[in-house]
Ligand binder design. Structure first.
Ligand code: NAD
Ligand code: UFG
Length: 337
């Protein structure tokens, strides 16, 4: 299949391009490079031997999208392009609604004009807000605790209404839990700009000497060691989840919703100790107050993805940490190094 990958130069998009190529698909990347670098395309070529077609531009720009669809006859679209920093979304909510909601609506409008009716959308476990229990199933109530989460929830709801009005469309909402890890070549990985918001990139930067110590946000949660528990999933497993959705559902009309997680929870200290063992060095940390908006525990029930897509996560915590460390130690300054 020829697949338009919006945000394909980003962390999850680039790994998905590699898996698409490996499985005989043809990705076409669009990205405005606001949170990524064009060198990612070189790395994809280095790993796969194929350089994806690339057009630089913004999903909010209708004339750009018209050009993209006029240039490439794509069968389906995977829509990763978006902004994801929770803290920034609180300070600049309109920026998040503009990119994550308006950008998605604009994309759908231009897809419709180009007669393409197959879409996979990057959603997030954040749409469950503070779940009443774990593991989380797809039919749990949704709620947003910050503008980023609300932008994902709004986009999901807009897509549901749109699919209802256009029943020949196939729209798949994939709710990711906590993506971590990197390509096992050490050539691609996560390259956060500025101070990392997420746990594993922060730990990796401490291990490589870019930061002094990790702040652990709270050790008084009702969890086995008091620190927050999350469902960390290897980015290549996550990428494979998109391939499974494409293979099974690209031509199945309907609105389809799946959790993409492992079903296993790990605490902050589990992650820290796993990283210390792999990097063979102590990782200094201090306990800090809880971070506003954080929840104690969040992990998926991944049964629905397994039953319908035949997909489940394969890579264990050791592999997630080893791959992260290989990427970080080979590229201490990310793609800019
Ligand atoms: P990322 O920032 O690495 O990738 C997003 C890409 O989209 C970047 O390359 C960026 O330059 C591009 N982009 C942003 N705005 C754009 C626009 N207006 N037009 C064109 N390109 C634009 O992030 P990621 O971690 O790869 O996340 C991909 C998607 O998955 C996002 O929608 C994110 O919200 C969602 N998601 C991520 C996580 C996570 O923890 N990484 C968790 C759940 C959901
Ligand atoms: N944590 C620390 N110190 C840090 C960073 C994080 O102790 O410096 C802790 C957090 O308190 C939490 C755990 O590590 O207990 C994971 O935190 P992350 O920031 O890595 O991930 P979150 O679960 O908070 O959120 C992430 C994304 C959201 C997304 C959500 C679900 O940032 O955008 O996963 O997919 F919505």
């Amino acid at each position: 299949m020829k697949v338009l990958v919006t945000g394909g130069a980003g962390y999850i998009g680039s790994h998905t391009c590699i898996q698409l190529i490996k499985h005989g698909h043809t990705p076409v990347v669009i990205d405005n490079l606001c949170n990524s670098k064009a060198v990612v395309l070189d790395r994809i070529e280095c790993v796969t031997g194929t350089r994806p077609a690339f057009m630089q531009g913004d999903v909010r720009d209708s004339s750009f999208l018209k050009r993209v669809f006029a240039t490439h006859a794509v069968d389906s679209v995977i829509h990763f392009a978006g902004l994801k920093a929770v803290g920034e979304s609180v300070e600049k909510p309109l920026k998040y609604y503009d990119t994550n909601v308006s950008g998605t609506l604009n994309l759908v409008r231009e897809m419709q004009a180009a007669n393409i009716n197959s879409l996979i959308f990057s959603s997030s476990a954040t749409v469950y807000g503070e779940p009443a229990s774990v593991p989380i199933q797809e039919d749990f109530p949704t709620a947003a605790t910050n503008p980023y989460g609300r932008s994902k929830l709004m986009a999901e709801e807009c897509l549901r209404d749109f699919q209802h009005a256009n029943p020949d469309w196939s729209i798949t909402l994939l709710r990711y839990f906590n993506p971590v890890g990197a390509h096992d070549s050490g050539l691609l990985g996560e390259d956060p700009q500025g101070t990392p918001n997420n746990l594993l990139p922060f730990v990796a930067q401490v291990a490589v000497g870019r930061r002094e110590k990790l702040g652990v946000f709270g050790n008084d949660y009702p969890t086995p060691d008091g620190t927050g528990v999350r469902d960390y999933i290897h980015v290549v497993d996550l990428a494979d989840g998109h391939l499974a959705a494409l293979d099974k559902l690209a031509y199945q009309a309907g609105i389809h919703v799946f959790n993409l997680g492992t079903g296993q929870g790990h605490s902050v200290l589990d992650m820290l100790h796993a990283f210390e063992a792999v990097a063979k060095r102590p990782i200094p940390y201090e306990i800090k107050p809880r971070r506003a908006g954080d929840i104690a525990e969040c992990y998926a029930d991944p049964a629905c993805a397994k039953a319908t897509l035949g997909w489940s996560a394969k890579k264990d915590l050791q592999t997630m940490v080893e791959d992260t460390w290989r990427w970080q130690s080979k590229n201490p300054n990310g793609y800019g190094g």
